[in-house]
Write a protein that binds this ligand. Structure first.
Ligand SMILES: Cc1ncc(C[n+]2csc(CCOP(=O)(O)OP(=O)(O)O)c2C)c(N)n1
Ligand SMILES: [Mg+2]
Length: 323
């Protein structure tokens, strides 16, 4: 067992800030989308913020992530600025996808982020390739990818996890089990009680964590990364959480039982972490009010700045499309 260095106060306050920033950016995007301002459909990770924040914080800058559409926090931890997110959502010419795509499809290898692939879960075989390259080059780096539990019911999942196990690559597989795959509940997605149980069948390490506990996610991923870096191969981390909004903004999710939402609302990862920090005397109402004001100001400025950017022109249609 590796021993995980404990998080210091500065780290813990940063984890909290990243989760708050993630939700604030997504809430603002929700409002813009409701006004018909986004060029595409909005998907959020509302209620799941502890996973992308905790996992990315646990990695080294030279590691590579291949995140999914709910992982706003992973992008923020990697240094993507809110203005870049809004430029992308608003379809601006200077955005990462030059106005051709919206959503969190912000691939940027200079920050170790592989762009999200919409065909699910095809980020998984890509991350496997990244991890294999690290292994072949004998570089002490790891790759990490995320996927929903619904996406594990495809052939690409099996092929990638099997090959990762056989090749013993430094790969961290994060399943964000949020209770639903669009309107399909787990009982109709997979047999068995968990996703993590599959790890044994593949011959890899598997751990299940409370996905609404940012420090639990951090510790599990930190251990998986240490292990992968020292040649121990892949780890499957199943993070239990709940999708607190619809699949996308156009999904009212009336199929989700209200009691399930209420139960998980009481375990909101941000409120819980705030309460824990307050109980330890590390956070108080004054700090909370200052953070709220700071985030609201940061986001207002980001939206204004993104809004002022140029829109793409018809002549740009082929730019960035062909290599
Ligand atoms: C191969 C494939 N089939 C269907 C879709 C359409 N689709 C997008 S998200 C989604 C649900 C995915 O559920 P899950 O993997 O649990 O992730 P979650 O949205 O719950 O985070 C579906 C069916 C897709 N993108 N790719
Ligand atoms: Mg799901």
């Amino acid at each position: 067992m590796s021993t995980i260095p404990s998080l210091n106060t500065q780290d813990r306050l940063r984890l909290y800030r990243f989760m708050r920033q993630s939700r604030a950016v997504e809430d603002a995007a929700w409002a813009l989308s409701s006004q018909g301002r986004l060029i595409g459909r909005l998907y959020t990770g509302h209620g799941q913020e502890a996973i992308p924040v905790g996992m990315t914080y646990a990695l080294q800058p030279e590691d590579v992530i291949a995140p999914m559409y709910r992982d706003m926090g992973a992008h923020l931890v990697r240094g993507v600025k809110p203005v870049e997110v809004f430029a992308q959502y608003l379809g601006k010419r200077q955005s990462n996808n030059k106005g051709k795509d919206s959503g969190l499809h912000i691939g940027d290898m200079s920050r170790g982020i592989v762009g999200m692939i919409s065909v699910l879960p095809d980020s998984l075989p890509v991350a496997l390739g990244v991890a294999l390259a690290f292994k072949l080059r004998a570089e002490p780096r790891v790759a990490l990818t995320t996927f929903g539990e619904g996406s594990t019911s495809t052939g690409a999942f099996h092929e990638a996890v099997n090959m990762a196990a056989v090749m013993k690559v430094p790969l961290i597989l994060i399943c964000e089990n949020n209770g639903w795959a669009l309107s399909t509940p787990p009982a109709r997605e997979y047999g068995g009680q968990s996703i993590v149980a599959r790890a044994e069948g593949y011959g890899i390490r598997g751990v299940q964590v409370d996905g609404n506990d940012v420090e639990a996610v951090y510790s599990a991923v930190r251990a998986a990364a240490d292990r992968a870096r020292s040649g121990g191969g892949p780890t499957l981390v199943e993070c239990l959480t709940m999708r607190m909004k619809g699949h996308s903004i156009i999904d009212a999710a009336e199929y989700v039982p209200r009691e399930q939402l209420a139960e998980w609302a009481a375990r909101d990862p941000i409120q819980r972490y705030r309460a824990a920090l307050e109980a330890e005397g590390l956070w108080d109402e004054g700090q909370e009010a200052r953070l709220s004001a700071e985030l609201s100001d940061e986001i207002d400025r980001a939206i204004q700045e993104a809004d002022a950017m140029e829109d793409p022109q018809p002549a740009d249609v082929y730019e960035g499309v062909f290599a």
